[in-house]
Design a protein around this ligand. Structure first.
Ligand code: NAG
Ligand code: NAG
Ligand code: NAG
Ligand code: NAG
Ligand code: NAG
Ligand code: NAG
Ligand code: NAG
Length: 423
């Protein structure tokens, strides 16, 4: 049975469009490179040779029954893709891109009047709920290929067989997310993980993403959406495939605007590739108003309304250095022998920091490689999760998709528990 989350509605719309009998316009040259436009879909027109950048958005394309037409915006306005209208130049999504000041303007523009839940949430905003009623989400995620060994040694006992009896306050087993590359993965095992209630998300087919130069759109789409195709081919499980709505860029190297355009165009709900400062950590937010500055990866400058970002809130190693994925942190005193207690303390110190800083979701983002390189990190994780669930009734171990679902429609801890939210 599929979960009744709203992202699937978006996805269904995209599929409906693809399946419609009206032919699409294929391989259209747009200002974002070549791409397919569905009937009535629009895009910014590319600049002609020698045309100044400031003309961007003056003309736009529209696909009508398989034919592409070029139209012009009047009176100094510029085309805006999401709304499909010509707007003030400073408000349009394909206006010329010229630096921070405009982005700053966008950032300051975002407020609770022009950005409303459930589909818009400002960068830096907090849910309107008393802290004592707010859950503390701990998002545990793993990236890369899923091999037999890691599944049987680590994932299966902890997340599939639940041999350590780890349950959320709703009485259901804890949930994690797997950002999976499919090429060398055992897809049968991806399905086992999904069937056990966890989130599956895209990490590209072959752990590779083009850089996002003009013309890369098609290759980026194949890399990101190809994960769904591979899983569908191997399992035939539409429920699983339709549940895939998240993406993380390999090496956290984003493919500029094209990455976000592909995610938005293909019904994805969120990206999770952008680093974010730990102090203060931020809640997930939407690209209706892109943020001014990103830490490890370029921020998109255009708007992708309704597309969420689940930021990678940085961790701090025991040497004081910052890391976006926690397995990149330096832990403990003796690198050749990091003790289980040192791992536990490392995890818990970060938890207490979040706990005392307004209950923002905690990002426990890592690779299974951690467990091979540092065998003590695994028993420490099991002990720490158990410690959290036994001692902090407000802790929920939930993956990013569910955290976004909660931000969209916040519930008090009491209601979450009573409704068995997130089972
Ligand atoms: C799209 O069109 C360009 C230019 O006409 C061509 O070079 C390219 O091969 C085409 N791509 C596809 C996928 O048809
Ligand atoms: C553009 O400006 C002209 C002259 O001010 C006006 O007549 C026309 O209606 C405007 N067009 C649009 C689409 O606003
Ligand atoms: C955008 O331009 C319009 C008209 O020039 C102006 O009224 C508005 O304040 C501008 N908005 C921002 C955020 O700069
Ligand atoms: C939040 O807590 C304050 C003080 O306890 C209370 O007055 C207020 O009604 C609460 N608000 C909500 C939304 O529960
Ligand atoms: C994938 O996992 C399944 C289930 O454990 C197993 O039967 C199968 O042999 C594995 N495939 C490969 C190629 O290792
Ligand atoms: C680090 O641990 C290894 C293995 O336990 C040990 O051989 C080595 O002497 C330790 N180094 C230090 C500086 O304590
Ligand atoms: C690692 O360090 C702990 C505590 O210092 C010690 O008890 C243990 O024997 C060490 N392990 C190895 C393999 O040296």
């Amino acid at each position: 049975m599929c979960l009744g989350l709203s992202p699937f509605v978006v996805l269904a719309l995209v599929y409906t469009r693809t399946c419609a009998t009206v032919p699409p316009c294929e391989n259209v040259s747009t200002s974002e490179g070549f791409r397919t436009l569905y009937d009535a879909q629009t895009a910014c027109a590319p600049l002609q040779d020698g045309e100044p950048k400031s003309n961007k958005g003056v003309r736009y394309l529209v696909c009508d029954s398989g034919n592409v037409y070029t139209k012009s915006c009047e009176n100094q306005t510029r085309y805006d893709v999401p709304s499909g209208q010509c707007k003030d130049a400073n408000m349009s999504s394909c206006r010329p891109i010229d630096g921070r000041s405009k982005r700053g303007a966008w950032l300051s523009e975002c407020n609770h009047h022009n950005c409303k839940l459930p589909d818009c949430f400002c960068f830096g905003a907090k849910p309107h709920l008393n802290l004592s009623h707010t859950p503390i989400f701990v998002m545990v995620t793993f990236d890369d290929y899923l091999y037999n060994d890691v599944y049987h040694k680590f994932f299966r006992p902890l997340f599939v067989d639940n041999v350590y009896n780890l349950y959320n306050p709703n009485g259901c087993p804890i949930k994690m997310a797997l950002y999976v590359a499919t090429k060398y993965s055992n897809i049968t095992l991806i399905k086992h993980i999904f069937d056990a209630g966890h989130e599956i998300a895209s990490h590209t087919v072959a752990h590779k993403l083009p850089k996002g130069h003009p013309g890369d759109y098609g290759a980026i789409k194949s890399a990101i959406v190809g994960v769904k195709k591979d899983i569908l081919k191997a399992t035939g499980d539409h429920c699983l495939v339709n549940s895939i709505v998240g993406f993380r860029a390999p090496y956290l190297r984003c493919a500029r605007e094209a990455q976000f355009a592909v995610l938005k165009d293909n019904g994805f709900l969120y990206d999770t590739s952008l680093g974010s400062k730990a102090n203060p950590p931020s809640w997930p937010w939407t690209f209706d108003f892109p943020p001014k500055k990103c830490m490890y990866c370029c921020c998109p400058v255009r708007r992708y309304p309704g597309l969420w970002e689940v930021p990678l809130t940085t961790w701090t190693g025991d040497d004081g250095r910052q890391c976006a994925m926690l397995d990149a942190c330096s832990v403990g005193k003796n690198k050749t022998n990091i003790t289980e207690q040192e791992w536990f303390d490392f995890y818990h110190r970060h938890f207490t920091d979040y706990y005392y800083s307004e209950r923002r979701p905690m990002s426990f983002f890592t690779h299974d490689f951690l467990f091979y390189r540092n065998p003590n990190s695994y028993p420490a994780l099991v002990r720490w999760l158990k410690h959290l669930l036994d001692n902090y009734p407000e802790v929920w171990i939930m993956p990013p998709k569910w955290v976004i679902e909660w931000v969209k429609r916040p519930l008090t801890l009491a209601k979450m528990k009573a409704n068995r939210w997130g089972c």
